[in-house]
Design a binder for this molecule. Structure first.
Ligand code: DUC
Ligand code: ZN
Ligand code: ZN
Length: 479
């Protein structure tokens, strides 16, 4: 299909202008003041609306096998829900079990993702270390378009990466021109605190945030950042939720280190009172890691986003329904960790970011799309509105209002952490690969239409990093 978007105001990371956009064969082919085509094009009236790059959610977990169950949202339903909210690309995670061959896990996730309706890509988690992992990281970067590797510093006894694995993998990422990312929580401390709390009789969801205090995140973020500093590799901290972790990121950036920080829509907007809900199901539905924090952390996170110390927003979309959460009815340590949000990220950030004046519209585009595209090296194909870019666009109605609810959302989960929140500003139309896939509440998606997006390594940038390391290298001592 070919799509002509007429009468809208184009908003990108760096400009706002009145223009029509013509899309065909998957690409943006013309951006001009007044485009008139002789038919054959699906015309979208964007009068009074904004046209922005489709959102990129750099952190989702569709159909993740985790904590004894499998996330309820799969790649088909999850990418469709994303499109309904204006998100046109996700970066999900291949998470091999410890000792599992990386390529085997990668192939498994690629197969699961074939039913996606929007474009997608993968970070690959490094959960253990040996020579085959070293080798397969190279194969993934050179032959499969993977340029980022994830490290869970928590989940001891499962997918936690030890410091030894972290150091080996970070060093290998530098060699390959890939960026290491980390889930920053000190897994040893979490394990200790969980068991201490449980043995003193705390078994409900209120034990979850107590076992993962902000300091546990701050320590791990700082450790990962310092490891990256010593090795001279950039690092990306996923879901920064606590002031202490943000301070570690900010400190390092002020020192000139290349550190990136991601924040979740949920962490910006929800506080830890949810764990004191007297309804067990509602409290358990909010169990995710890192947990929701006391309010002062949200204020700090907004400032971090405004100041540019946090560059991306994500959701950590990882859905578990009530019956799955019930696995931890008697023991909070067994509640599957995860919450949803891929459908709602843009609208809640617009409402609480742009409508409140915290973010300009251009900053909104940066933190929901462009920065992720640049950090994960798919810009300007994604995250931009330019001739030749993928036609992944959202038409945004700033006057539309809606009240978010699990009863009406497209996400395949029976709970919504933003339940009852009324937002002003929503996607009216979403275009994916030059196809109109969502219009005025209706999804028109085709199973399998989404494509795997290769993300090349950062060769030019890493050359600069290596040159700088040579400049900084100490002179050998002559004896
Ligand atoms: N945190 C979650 O809440 N779920 C999936 C993985 C993670 O790190
Ligand atoms: Zn995580
Ligand atoms: Zn995650």
């Amino acid at each position: 299909m070919s799509v002509l978007i007429k009468g809208g105001t184009v908003v990108t990371a760096d400009q706002t202008l009145r223009a029509d956009i013509l899309c065909t064969d998957g690409k943006i082919v013309q951006i001009a003041d007044n485009i008139n085509q002789p038919g054959g094009f699906k015309e979208i009236d964007a009068g009074g609306q904004y046209v922005m790059p489709g959102g990129i959610d750099p952190h989702t977990h569709m159909q993740l096998p985790f904590m004894g169950t499998v996330a309820s949202e799969d790649f088909f339903t999850g990418t469709a829900a994303g499109l309904a909210g204006g998100t046109t690309m996700i970066i999900d995670f291949v998470i091999p079990n410890p000792q599992q061959n990386l390529m085997e896990a990668y192939r498994q996730w690629r197969e699961w993702a074939e039913k996606s309706v929007s474009d997608y890509s993968f970070h690959v988690a490094i959960t253990w270390w040996d020579d085959t992992v070293h080798r397969d990281m190279g194969i993934l970067v050179r032959e499969h378009g993977v340029n980022s590797f994830k490290h869970f510093m928590a989940y001891k006894g499962a997918i936690m990466a030890t410091d030894e694995t972290l150091v080996n993998s970070f060093a290998r990422a530098l060699e390959l021109g890939a960026v290491p990312t980390v889930h920053a929580e000190n897994g040893e401390l979490v394990y200790r605190l969980q068991n201490d709390l449980f043995s003193t009789g705390i078994s409900g969801p209120e034990g979850h945030p107590l076992s993962r205090p902000p300091e546990v995140e701050g320590e791990a973020a700082n450790r990962a950042i310092r490891v990256a500093e010593v090795l001279g590799v950039p690092v990306y901290i996923v879901h920064v939720s606590a002031r202490q972790a943000l301070e570690a990121v900010t400190r390092a950036r002020n020192e000139g280190q290349r550190v990136f920080g991601e924040v979740l829509a949920g962490h910006l907007l929800i506080d830890d009172s949810v764990y004191r809900d007297t309804d067990w199901g509602r409290a358990a539905a909010h169990v995710m890691s890192p947990p929701f924090r006391p309010k002062e952390h949200q204020a700090a996170l907004w400032k971090g986003l405004q100041a540019g110390n946090l560059q991306t927003t994500a959701t950590d979309h990882c859905c578990f329904c009530h019956d799955q959460k019930a696995m931890g009815r008697e023991d909070f340590r067994k509640i599957p960790n995860g919450t949803a949000g891929v459908e709602n990220r843009l609208e809640v950030l617009w409402h609480h970011g742009v409508n409140t004046g915290r973010l300009t519209m251009n900053e909104f585009v940066r933190v929901t799309s462009t920065n992720a595209a640049q950090i994960f090296n798919v810009y300007p194909r994604k995250g931009s509105i330019s001739v030749g870019a993928d036609a992944d666009l959202v038409v945004w109605d700033p006057e539309a209002t809606k009240t978010i609810s699990a009863k009406t959302h497209h996400q395949k989960v029976d709970f919504n952490i933003f339940e009852g929140m009324t937002v002003k500003g929503c996607a009216s139309h979403t275009i994916s690969n030059a196809e109109l896939v969502y219009a005025d509440g209706e999804l028109m998606v085709e199973k399998g239409a989404g494509r795997y997006v290769n993300r090349p390594p950062y060769a030019p940038f890493y050359d600069a990093v290596k040159k700088q390391a040579q400049v900084n290298a100490p002179m050998p001592v002559k004896r």
